[in-house]
Design a protein around this ligand. Sequence first.
Ligand SMILES: Cc1cc2nc3c(=O)[nH]c(=O)nc-3n(C[C@H](O)[C@H](O)[C@H](O)COP(=O)(O)OP(=O)(O)OC[C@H]3O[C@@H](n4cnc5c(N)ncnc54)[C@H](O)[C@@H]3O)c2cc1C
Ligand SMILES: O=C(O)[C@@H]1CCCCN1
Length: 392
Amino acid sequence: MLGAAPRYDAIVVGAGIQGSFAAYHLAKRGRRALLLEQFPLPHSRGSSHGQSRIIRSTYPQPHYARAMPECYRLWAQLEAEAGVQLHRQTGLLVLGAEGSPAFGACLQSLAQHGVPRELLSAQELPRRFPGVRAYGGETAVFEPTAGVLRADKALRAVQDLFLQAGGALRDGEKVVAINPGPVVTVRTSAGVHRAGSLVITAGPWTNKLLAPLGLQLPLQPLRVSVCYWKEKVPGTYGSAAGFPCFLSLRTSQTPHDVYGLPASEYLGMVKVCYHHGCPVDPDERDREPEGSALPDIQILRGFVSRYLPGLEPEPAVVETCMYTITPDEDFVLDRHPQFSNIVIGAGFSGHGFKLAPVVGKVLCELSLGQAPGCDMEPFRIQRFPGQRRAAL
Ligand SMILES: Cc1cc2nc3c(=O)[nH]c(=O)nc-3n(C[C@H](O)[C@H](O)[C@H](O)COP(=O)(O)OP(=O)(O)OC[C@H]3O[C@@H](n4cnc5c(N)ncnc54)[C@H](O)[C@@H]3O)c2cc1C
Ligand SMILES: O=C(O)[C@@H]1CCCCN1
C-alpha cells in the first residue's frame, strides 16, 4: 500500500464537541473528512457528555470575550441547520468580592465588549434572585444574555450535520498508531486510514497520542464531580422561576470557582459544581480517588448551605466528567512543532464547550494550511517552554 493516494483530506481523532466541530467545518468546506471515535457513540467517558453547559460572554481574558459574538452566531446557525433548539437564555450571575482583581476583570471585559449587564449589591441580590444569598458580602453582576447550551443535543446535531455534509464517522474505532509524513497514516483497532492532514482532539487522552510523536504538553486530566442538589421547595431554582446560571469566583474558603445551572436535568435538582477535580488517568477514571472523602463535595456542601439556602446541603446525584487543564487554563490550538500537517486542539480546561464552534473553525483552518483570523498567541504550544520531548 506504500504510496497509495490518501482517501481523506483530513482525519479527526476524537468525536467530542471540539473534534466534531472541526470535522463539521471541514465537511462544510467540501473536504473529505473522517472522524474517528474510540467509544461507540453516544458515550459518557470524556468531557462532552451531559445535558447542559454554560454559555456566557463574561470572560476576563479578552481572547475569549472577543470570540463570543461569533460563537453565538455559529450556535444559532447550527440550531437553524439542525432544526433543534440548543440554547436557552437564562442569564448568568457572577458573584465576587468587591474590589477583587478577578471580579474587576469581569466587569471591565463586559464594559469593553458592550455586553448588557446589571450590577447588584449584596443587599439587592436576594431581592432580585431570592434563592441566592451573598453570604460573604459579595457584589454581583448579572449578564442577561448568557444561558445554557443543551450539550448532548448539540453534540448529536454537529455530528449529524457533518454526516449530511458528506463526512465519514467511525465510532468504536480507537486510534492506536500515527505515522507522520506528507500523508499521515493512522492505524486503528479496525484498520488503516490515510489523509493529507490530521487533527488530534482527544481530550484527556491527547498526551497518550502525542507521546510517540515526540511531544508531551502540560495537560492534566482531572476527574470532576458533577453534583445535583435537591430544592427544599420544588420550582424555586428552575429557570421558569427566573433562577439563572451563576458563577461564584474563588475565595479563601473555596479556592476554585463554584458554579451552577437552573434545575433541568433531574426534576427539582440544581446542578452546583466545583471548578476543579482530582488528577486522573482517563483510562482509570472510575477508580476511587485516594482518601476517604472527596474534598470538592465538602467544599460544595459548605457553599450550598451558605449561599443557596433553599437547597438541601447534601448532593442527591453525583456524576463524573473530566477536565483537561493547562497551567494557564488557556486552550492549545496549534500545529505540531515538527509535523505541520498534524494539528492539536486540547487543554480546554473546563470551559471549552461554548467556544467549540470557533475552536472547530480554527482547527479546520490550521489543518487546511490557512491562517486563522484571530490572534493565535494565547493558544500556541511555544508558551510552554521545554515541553517538547525528543522521543523520535
Ligand atoms: C463537569 C463539566 C462542566 C463543564 N462546564 C462547562 C460549561 O459550563 N461551559 C463550557 O463552555 N464548557 C464547560 N465544560 C468544558 C467542556 O465540556 C469541554 O471543554 C469540552 O467538552 C472538551 O471537549 P473535547 O472534544 O476536547 O474532549 P472530549 O469530549 O473528551 O472528546 C475527546 C474524544 O476523543 C476520543 N479519543 C481519545 N483518544 C482516542 C483515540 N485514541 N482514538 C479515537 N478516539 C479517541 C475520546 O473518547 C473522546 O470522545 C465542562 C466540562 C465538564 C467536565
Ligand atoms: O465555562 C463555563 O462557563 C463554566 C464556568 C464554571 C466552570 C465550568 N465552566
